[in-house]
Design a protein around this ligand. Structure first.
Ligand code: NAD
Length: 497
């Protein structure tokens, strides 16, 4: 039996509220905004639209909770984090259902993101108990040691592409490090964040440690950025917003972590395992609806295999199953919002003028409504084309040929972004050479994006600032204080003696 186009999860809330000081709250002025799902594009709920007064209350709650939370031992905080992981895991079905409904992500992939969210908490519980602090001995004369202290009330601002997972990615290390915080989730996808209050309460996170203020970026997000009692901001989102937040943070000299956009190259050499490379290219750019910061959205193929590889890529793209997000067999669901859909469709039109369309480029048959796009492949894309240069953040890939290693590197580096890069070759020495020469924060050789949580994550150039992941995240949410202790005689020049 065909699935209804937009099955509503049972028990869907019609009102999404802030969570401040351990209690649900409406906005001070009662303002709300509509929240729609990307299949019907009809509002199913309203969410509280936070403003400066709400952010102020949330920051005050986080400040009040700081002394007690930051004063806990690492093991005590780790125990709480482990219970959060358990509570997330116990809700895997519900989380996947809500996330998929609200964001349009295929349910099977939303399930994977829910598991990853639990893993983030379990992992940072381990990190914080295992992490030591540095000390430096200077002969018998001096010992210096570093004390890591929680940095204060953190502001967390997250995007809509994998909402709950990206929230967990920041919540877990901030809490592990001993910070209290205010989270501003993305306004297009606030639904799954509504599960945090029950998860955190069940896990025993004290009131005020985590506060959630929903709202429009330019209002609620901006108020958080501007708040004088928030000394650090961890932001994931677009490069333009990141740049704006950096400017606003200059006066307050705020610590910033910026995970921004990407236009990551996949470099396929003729000697690669082309079947494996093809699987990886297709998954790497079309999974999560192509709304993925590390998507391999530029496929550079060595000329002898370019025509064949591009043809096979187009054939596979044609066969990717586009369908309702709630259908477990769906591989590409609905793009998050009609505004974003229109933007992606604009790029498809631009691409038609700039290059050769070899797959997709239109709404799939049988899906007359909803933000659906057939996986789209453009071939022979020139390096100055907008679809080669700009992040599309949808199921659209640009392919181009290259001759030899030097041109491969030149093309790989020919954009303003530098988040991820992927190299396919059977010559490992060449793989290492390309990895060294490509300007990106992360490189995968003979793989798509598979990341151990201990490894640093982040980009260079317009893709960001700083690294998250493992000890890097803990460092960001901590201040390091160095204590110098003289063990011998202090030999002080005797001024004025
Ligand atoms: P966005 O920049 O529009 O919004 C991100 C968040 O910032 C939202 O919560 C939004 O409300 C808030 N915001 C907007 N204006 C603000 C302001 N003036 N002050 C404070 N907050 C403000 O990005 P998006 O469209 O939600 O997300 C897509 C982008 O995120 C893409 O560019 C993608 O590559 C990037 N992204 C990067 C990573 C990474 O780790 N590098 C991961 C996922 C997504």
């Amino acid at each position: 039996m065909p699935l209804p186009s937009s099955p509503r999860p049972a028990g869907l809330p019609d009102r999404i509220r802030h969570w401040i000081g351990g209690a649900h709250a409406d906005s001070a002025g009662g303002a709300v905004f509509d929240v729609a799902d990307p299949v019907s594009n009809a509002p199913y709920a309203v969410a509280a639209a936070g403003g400066p007064a709400d952010v102020d209350r949330a920051v005050a709650a986080a400040k009040a909770a700081f002394t007690a939370w930051s004063g806990l031992g690492n093991r005590e905080r780790a125990n709480v984090l482990t219970r959060v992981a358990d509570a997330v895991e116990a809700r895997e079905d519900r989380l996947a259902e809500l996330e998929s409904f609200d964001s349009g992500l295929p349910i099977a992939q939303a399930r994977g993101q829910a598991r990853r969210a639990a893993e983030n908490f379990r992992y940072f519980a381990d990190v914080i108990v295992a992490l030591g602090e540095e000390s430096y001995r200077v002969g018998d004369q001096q010992i210096n040691y570093v004390v890591r202290t929680p940095a204060g009330v953190a502001g967390l601002i997250t995007p809509w592409n994998t909402p709950f997972m990206l929230e967990s990615w920041k919540l877990a290390p901030a809490l592990a490090a001993g910070c209290t915080l205010v989270l501003k989730p993305a306004e297009w996808t606030p639904l799954s964040a509504g599960l945090w209050p029950e998860i955190l309460t069940e896990a025993g996170v004290p009131a005020g440690v985590v506060n959630i203020v929903h709202g429009i970026g330019e209002v609620a997000g901006q108020a958080l950025v501007d708040h004088p009692d928030v000394p650090l901001l961890s932001f994931t989102g677009s490069t333009d917003t990141g740049r704006h937040i950096m400017r606003c943070s200059a006066d307050g000299l705020k610590a910033l972590s910026m995970e921004l956009g990407g236009k990551s190259p996949v470099v396929v050499f003729a000697d690669a395992d082309l079947d494996a490379a093809l699987d990886s290219v297709v998954f790497g750019v079309f999974s999560l609806n192509g709304e993925r910061c590390t998507a391999g959205s530029r496929v550079l193929v060595e000329r002898p295999v370019y025509e064949e590889f591009t043809r096979r890529l187009a054939e596979r793209a044609d066969k990717v199953r586009v369908g309702p997000p709630a259908d477990p067999s769906t591989e590409v669901g609905a793009l998050v919002h009609p505004e974003h859909y229109a933007r992606v469709m604009d790029y498809v039109d631009i691409g038609r003028r700039e290059a050769r369309l070899v797959a997709g480029g239109e709404r799939p048959g049988g899906l007359p409504a909803g933000n659906y796009l057939r996986p789209t492949v453009f071939a022979d894309v020139p390096r100055d084309a907008r679809i080669f240069q700009e992040e599309i953040f949808g199921p659209v890939v640009a392919a181009a040929p290259f001759d030899g290693e030097a041109e491969a590197v030149e093309l790989a580096n020919a954009t303003r972004y530098g988040l991820a890069a992927y190299v396919w070759t059977s010559d490992l020495r060449r793989g290492h050479r390309i990895a060294a020469a490509v300007a990106s924060g992360m490189v995968w050789i003979n793989s798509h994006n598979v990341r151990d949580l201990r490894t640093p994550f982040g980009g260079v150039k317009d893709s960001g600032l700083g690294r998250e992941g493992g000890a890097h995240s803990i460092d960001f949410f901590s201040e390091s204080k160095i204590v110098h202790v003289m063990l011998g005689e202090a030999r002080t020049p005797r001024f004025g003696a």
